[in-house]
Design a protein around this ligand. Sequence first.
Ligand code: ZN
Length: 324
Amino acid sequence: MSDSPLSLSRRNMLAGAALAGVASQLVEPVNAQTPPASPLQSPAFYRYTVGDLKLTAIHEGYNQVPIENFVKNASLDDVRKLAEEQFFPKDAVRITFTTTVVETGGKLVLIDTGIGDLGPATTGRWMANFKAAGFDPAKVDRVVISHFHGDHINGLRLKDGTAQFPNAEVWVGQQEWDFWSDDGRMNNAPEAMKGAFRNVRRVFDPISKNLKFFKPGDEVAPGIIAQAAFGHSPGHMIFAVTSGSNSLMLVSDITNHPGLFVRRPDWAVMYDMDAEMARLSRRRVLDQLASDKMQVAFYHAPFPATGHIWRDGDGFRLQPIQWS
Ligand SMILES: [Zn+2]
């Protein structure tokens, strides 16, 4: 492939249009499937540790989307078969959203923010769950963003413009910023994708002078090192969390639902902006995690969205941690 990570080829534009269709659902959920009403769960947070570091998974809610067209490069029959095997809802995928809070070096650090008040009715639980876990949004020291899709950044700022973490430094990847902040690229993007560009401006313009930028290899907080895993978005980052001999990989959107894309790492979710680059990143990272037996935390795995990866045939499986 000759594309540089930052080029917007026609293929990327098409993928981007698909992405924007769904990204816009997260802003105005007009096309979201309406799942059957179900009672709210109890406040959902889950604490665990990596050496001396305290991690808390915070649940945001879920979005239910049709299974048709969810995977770009597999037949609907094959996707349905794997989904049915795992008792997914009929012809649908439930995408859950789980951010990670890390208490490290005396600082309160968030990795991604959830959807805020811009998602469907089945989301929007994040702040209540964060507070139920005993945290105060005014005391967040740093917010580190994996990539700029709406489900990861919209929690930074409510739709009326209110900043949710008024005292936090906001750290963003340089490559991701360079892509989305380019006005020429926005102007040339298909109409369907322009909403995603505009959303990035809505979230970041008020704080653009104060943003901190990081690159692969940078320590974004004590014990947390950013790594490149480009493809899902042009500057998509994952984060290695280390304390003493303990470590965990926060893999962001290296896969969407692991029941599909950990099992079939060559499948591309409709939101992957460069499907081939995302596939290569996914295989590389899952392979490393399986070899190292390293604990992993996903953004879109069933809550509490953490476990271990093991090899299974040509793919992998996620063994969830036991709630304890
Ligand atoms: Zn996502």
